[in-house]
Design a binder for this molecule. Structure first.
Ligand code: NAD
Ligand code: UD1
Length: 336
């Protein structure tokens, strides 16, 4: 086991996972069309690891392009991050989301079959628990979605289940991420959203720098300890190491598994604001506004299955996540 194709490898989670894979002794080949990331991420990964990476600027929907990568390299396994992830945009452009996320994944799976590559680790999301399951979320709970983005995750998980029935030697692990935040501790890699961020921590980071005036807290009347939304924030490097553990598991097993990657601990919006104030030494002004449509009160993982099957647990707390996010923000004022 040696050469891993990382789709979406210049993106936020993919780039950190490349570092973790190289640290664990794997060779990495990256494929990305750069629609939501910069090629500079490759240089940063190389700076951190001191290793060369083969990069293909290829769209995963381009079958010839994807075949070329498998022809040039003997790929042992694929870690599949490539996809679009903006919930609101997916509601406005459902066909684009199904075409990119589902269409691209089908193309990739077809090429993997053609080249007899039997291992896939897929980026799923806690969003597949929908809005009716009780916390903590466990992998055997029913899945559902409330928007096209979420449906692409539910559907791709089903496609992988079906594929594992049809191809007995295939191994697929869907990792259900909770809320990834933070950055590599060097400050060289981090989250690099285009425009005004939708997610909490990238938004808070820009309030801390003064780029944005104040954080709008989406509701303080939820049934939670302080009334604000509770989420399971996970350090992106813990998440990255989770992929290395999933790969080791997939090599020795066949069939489909869905596995939560979370800490098992919930933090409120106000907890995050206070942690970011500690990390940055700056005041984060807030204003409570209406709830955001589609938000739920509380989401956190039961991380037991990841511990039992993968031997993996998180190691970083919210203060470290915010400190690393802040370091990246200060070192890269215009992003990568
Ligand atoms: P990201 O946007 O930073 O990375 C995704 C990468 O995929 C980008 O570099 C983009 O250029 C690339 N890409 C998109 N479409 C492509 C295509 N057709 N061909 C080739 N490359 C393509 O996002 P991320 O936060 O790193 O997320 C990675 C994966 O994890 C996504 O599938 C996302 O849905 C999933 N996920 C993310 C979160 C989160 O909070 N960040 C939570 C749950 C699941
Ligand atoms: C959002 C997506 C989810 C996706 C996840 C990771 C929605 C409805 N859900 O989840 O599908 O998997 O991102 O990409 O978009 N908050 C504020 N003010 C802000 C931003 C956020 O108060 O400006 C609050 C939210 O109400 C929530 C918490 O902060 O309680 C976290 O929000 P966010 O970072 O957007 O993540 P999720 O809502 O969990």
């Amino acid at each position: 086991m040696g050469k891993i194709l990382v789709t979406g490898g210049t993106g936020f989670i993919g780039s950190h996972t490349c570092v973790a894979l190289i640290n664990a002794g794997y060779q990495v080949v990256v494929m990305d069309n750069l629609c939501n990331s910069k090629v500079e991420a490759i240089a940063r990964i190389e700076m951190i690891t001191g290793r060369h990476i083969r990069f293909y600027r290829t769209d995963m929907r381009d079958k010839h392009g994807v075949c070329q990568i498998f022809e040039d390299n003997k790929i042992d396994a694929v870690i599949h991050f490539a996809g679009w992830k903006a919930v609101g945009e997916s509601v406005e452009k459902p066909l684009d989301y199904y075409e990119n996320n589902l269409g691209g994944t089908l193309t990739l799976l077809e090429v993997m079959r053609q080249f007899q590559c039997p291992i896939l680790i897929f980026s799923s999301s806690a969003t597949v628990y929908g809005s009716h399951n009780p916390v903590p979320y466990q992998e055997d709970m029913p899945t559902s979605a409330t928007n096209p983005y979420g449906y692409t995750k539910v559907m791709i998980e089903q496609i992988l289940r079906d594929l594992c029935v049809a191809q007995h030697r295939f191994s697929a692990v869907a990792l259900r991420y909770f809320n990834p935040i933070g950055a590599h501790e060097s400050g060289l890699l981090g989250e690099n959203p285009n425009g005004i961020p939708n997610n909490l921590v990238p938004y808070v980071a820009q309030v801390a720098t003064g780029k944005l005036d104040c954080l709008r807290v989406f509701g303080n009347d939820y049934d939670t300890p302080d009334g604000t939304g509770v989420r399971d924030y996970i350090h992106v490097m813990d998440l990255a190491v989770g992929h290395v553990a999933a790969l080791a598991y997939a090599v020795n097993h066949t069939g489909f598994e869905a596995i939560n990657l979370g800490t098992g601990k919930g933090s409120s919006v106000l907890d995050v604001v206070r942690a970011y104030e500690r990390a940055s030494g700056r005041k984060i002004p807030i204003k409570v506004v209406e709830r955001r449509a589609g938000d739920i009160a509380t989401s956190y993982a039961d991380p037991t299955k990841a511990k039992d099957l993968l031997g993996w647990e998180t190691t970083y707390d919210l203060d470290k996540m915010c400190a690393d996010s802040w370091k990246f923000t200060l070192q890269n004022p215009r992003g990568l």
